[in-house]
Design a binder for this molecule. Structure first.
Ligand SMILES: Cc1ncc(COP(=O)(O)O)c(C=O)c1O
Length: 514
């Protein structure tokens, strides 16, 4: 069913409400933290918009059994959200259902991955069709879907970004882009921002500059971090630095055509070039908006100048569009376009396959040739027919359902509403982003900008979940809420999310006051 149809059905109330209604979160009825919250807060629980989908009854492993198996057989790393991790069962567009039938509005879409909606009917149909025809070929044989997909994707990129390498994950894409940059430049050093996350493979880990992902064993040879031009938390920033409907609370006296913060951060970038890397460098990796670091935006014009400096040193410029690509930023299809730059290599994953494991590196014929001269790049699963069928359907859905335009409209609407919460609550330090990539940075107070302690952010996060809203986290101190839903969400759903977030903040302020 198309987005337009779903809206029509909703407007006409021709929907069947989920057979399950959200249950009260166990921690709302008992437990240490809820006992400090007044009963009145319960009554302020915002009412969830309707959903025209009924999930099947969950008939799989008991929750306790899942926890046991997880403890015994799965990675001991604690990555799950919430003290009682959610056990998910089914998804439908922007909705998720857990094993108890509770319905959640998914405003994190996996981790910025389900671009067009969970189990989107058109994407599902394409996958099912291909599942019955042919799953796998490998690159020693040809298959038309790979060629069709390559043509479709390349049409969305400007000249000379026309050569596509299909892989399976963002880390793999960035590994390959690193190889390309080094092969093309004949140099080793690669620069990336502090706070950046570009993947966890041993090679890409060198680009990732987030403490918890760093290892105390040798890694990241030739990778150098540089200061992230973070205009909220960094040393410089002002009142019209960023490309967003919402600016920071910092003030500045820059004329409209200049940005002193940008100039200061460029000085830092030059400092890295003159102190930490060789005279010739291989490249520079940047996300158009930093994802894992809490949707951090750089001052306008920064990337343009940085790209010039990198090219002066013989390096290539790589845009990591793993989170920002495919229309999410609303005003443009690719994040690099919002900075008015043309990268030499673009890496993409996550939203490319709406949750199906696929990724891509797009580059120029010249760089692709440099790589080919140095090595035979081979990837067993990259560009398999299943991935290409799904990837094509995703591109079609983005276009047919105007999802980029929807990101722009609903994202801007939500950003402006959230900005009012920043003005209302002392602990909301910054609201930022573009389209449907929105960060809300939580602080102890607006003067110090110190991050709100993690336990407090955890409680707010948990309260949102209990009211039926799933949002993400980011930032070096996990202090930033990340909102990045599937691009099909509606304004009433955005209203609900903002109301839930506001209720969670009110509950929190009451807890604090006690
Ligand atoms: C910007 C960015 N680049 C690369 C990656 C790595 O992608 P993957 O987890 O698919 O390897 C991520 C993952 O979160 C990411 O956010």
């Amino acid at each position: 069913m198309t987005r337009a149809w779903r809206h029509l059905l909703k407007a006409l109330h021709l929907k069947t409400l989920s057979r399950w209604t959200p249950k009260t979160c166990s921690s709302l009825s008992s437990g240490a933290f809820w006992t400090s919250v007044t009963r009145r807060s319960l009554h302020t629980k915002p009412s969830m918009p309707p959903c025209d989908f009924t999930p099947e009854r969950y008939q799989s492993l008991a929750y306790s059994r899942v926890l046991e198996i997880h403890k015994q057989h799965l990675s001991p790393m604690l990555t799950a959200y919430f003290p009682e991790p959610l056990l998910l069962h089914q998804g439908h567009m922007e909705w998720l259902f857990d094993h108890e039938g509770n319905r959640y509005l998914d405003f994190f879409s996996g981790i910025v991955t389900v671009s067009v909606g969970h189990c989107h009917p058109k994407v599902n149909a394409a996958a099912q069709r291909q599942l019955g025809r042919l799953w796998h070929t490998s690159s020693v044989f040809f298959h038309p879907l790979i060629h069709e997909y390559a043509e479709k994707l390349s049409a969305l990129l400007p000249e000379p970004l026309k050569v596509i390498f299909l892989v399976n994950s963002g880390s793999e894409a960035n590994d390959l882009a690193m190889l390309m940059a080094r092969a093309h430049s004949n140099s080793t050093d690669i620069i990336s921002f502090r706070g950046a996350y570009h993947g966890c493979s041993p090679y890409a880990l060198g680009l990732t500059n987030v403490g918890i992902y760093k290892m105390d064993l040798p890694h990241g040879m030739g990778c150098q971090p540089t200061m992230c031009p973070d205009i909220f938390r960094g040393p410089w920033g002002g009142s019209h630095c960023r490309d967003s409907p919402v600016q920071t609370i910092r003030k500045c006296s820059c004329a409209p055509d200049c940005c002193q913060a940008k100039d200061q951060y460029i000085e830092q970038f030059k400092d890295t070039l003159s102190t930490s890397v060789a005279k010739s460098i291989a490249g520079f990796f940047a996300e158009p908006i930093q994802g894992v670091n809490g949707f951090v935006q750089y001052p306008k014009g920064f990337l343009k100048e940085a790209f010039e400096l990198v090219r002066e040193r013989g390096g290539v410029c790589i845009a990591d569009e793993v989170q920002t690509g495919f229309g999410r930023l609303g005003s443009h299809f690719w994040g690099f376009q919002t900075h008015d730059v043309l990268p030499d290599i673009v890496t993409m994953a996550k939203g490319i396959g709406n949750g199906f494991p696929m990724a891509a590196v797009v580059t120029t014929p010249e760089i692709a040739k440099s790589l080919a001269k140095r090595l035979l790049h081979f990837n067993t699963f990259g560009g398999n027919p299943m991935a290409c069928a799904i990837g094509s359907a995703v591109l079609e859905v983005i276009k047919e359902e105007n999802l980029q335009e929807n990101s722009q409209e609903v994202g801007t609407y939500m950003l402006l509403k959230l900005a009012k919460l920043r003005d209302e609550f002392e602990i909301v330090g910054d609201v930022r982003g573009k389209g449907l990539m929105i960060g809300i940075e939580m602080v102890k107070d607006k003067v110090s900008h110190q991050p709100l302690p993690r336990e407090e952010v955890n409680q707010i996060h948990h309260d949102c979940k209990c009211m039926g809203l799933l949002i993400g986290r980011g930032g070096l101190f996990s202090q930033t809420f990340r909102i990045a839903p599937s691009m099909c969400i509606t304004k009433p759903e955005a209203d609900f999310a903002v109301e839930v977030f506001r209720s969670a903040l009110i509950q929190h302020m009451k807890r604090r006051a006690k």
